[in-house]
Write a protein that binds this ligand. Sequence first.
Ligand SMILES: Nc1ncnc2c1ncn2[C@@H]1O[C@H](COP(=O)(O)OP(=O)(O)OP(=O)(O)O)[C@@H](O)[C@H]1O
Ligand SMILES: [Mg+2]
Length: 340
Amino acid sequence: MTATPRSAPRAANAAAPAILATGLRKSYGDKLVLDGIDLNIAEGTVFALLGPNGAGKTTTVEILSTLIDADAGEAWVAGRHLTRASGAVRSAIGVTGQFSAVDNLLTAEENLLLMADLHHLDRREGRRRAAELLRRFDLLEVADKTAVTFSGGMRRKLDLAMTLVGDPRIIFLDEPTTGLDPRSRRTMWEIIHGLVADDGVTIFLTTQYLEEADQLADRIAVLDHGRLIAEGTADALKQRIPGGHIRVRFADAQGLEAAADVFGVAARDEESLTLQIPSDGSIPNLRAVLDTLEATAVEAESLTVHTPDLDDVFLTLTGQSRTAVVGTAVGTAASSKEHA
Ligand SMILES: Nc1ncnc2c1ncn2[C@@H]1O[C@H](COP(=O)(O)OP(=O)(O)OP(=O)(O)O)[C@@H](O)[C@H]1O
Ligand SMILES: [Mg+2]
């Protein structure tokens, strides 16, 4: 792709993507962290970057949010060139890092007012914005409490609220719910949903929770050993993995027998009177199976559809690439920053 200097390349009449990147590379010393990353993220969508520890998720966020430079490649964020117009990029984005930006010695409100100062909001506007965010994030009751007394979930909410002070169009969330209990995680998901649905922002999130990507993301990419090894909707990714099947249970052995004859490839379990028919879980496939059953005139007792979940996808994909990539160390659990 030929690069245009300031605004993002795009087809005529097409909306500029919120994030566009080509060939991003980054090494630390002789450790190759990102080995040519391409991204194209539409405005008003949620993109989830999945990857095991050390895959390069935080590094990708740091590059796209102008915190560090890539060694090679180009990117446009909010339509502006990442390095040639980095000021414009910074004013369009917000970043909630993997490690909290909350100042423990300040109250919730003071943390927000500090952000308002950093964004050069005047005092009145800053107070208005802080009050609005405290209300929105259900933090009014603890507005005057120092953050050191906060639980992990409250701190995470405050962290995200601080990111929103600048009214960003694109928000980077690096592992927004790691360490949160299921209830706080759900609250955070609702907040993220709301940001996209009500405010139309674009979210770039990293996560190790497949359920989180499944719940939130329009598109998911799997990062492993510095490369995107898969990308698509949660459903599309699940369909790439073998193992999906339809399980049909019959009333008696004759029914099972008759159906097994028709579905030649199916595995049968005589004891539970079930037949396991390979399936991609799609409606046309399900319909075909039902039609065939009807044509054979055997009555099935029950039917369940099993599609692989994202865990299967993740393990299969990262497992495959681990054997395929020779000479690259398996991601280390702790990066240097994690001690901060
Ligand atoms: N400043 C740095 N100096 C040297 N190596 C680094 C630095 N930052 C990151 N790395 C290395 O780059 C690799 C990718 O790190 P990164 O933090 O991007 O991974 P991650 O996918 O965010 O992992 P995690 O899930 O643990 O947060 C790791 O091997 C890490 O040790
Ligand atoms: Mg990280």
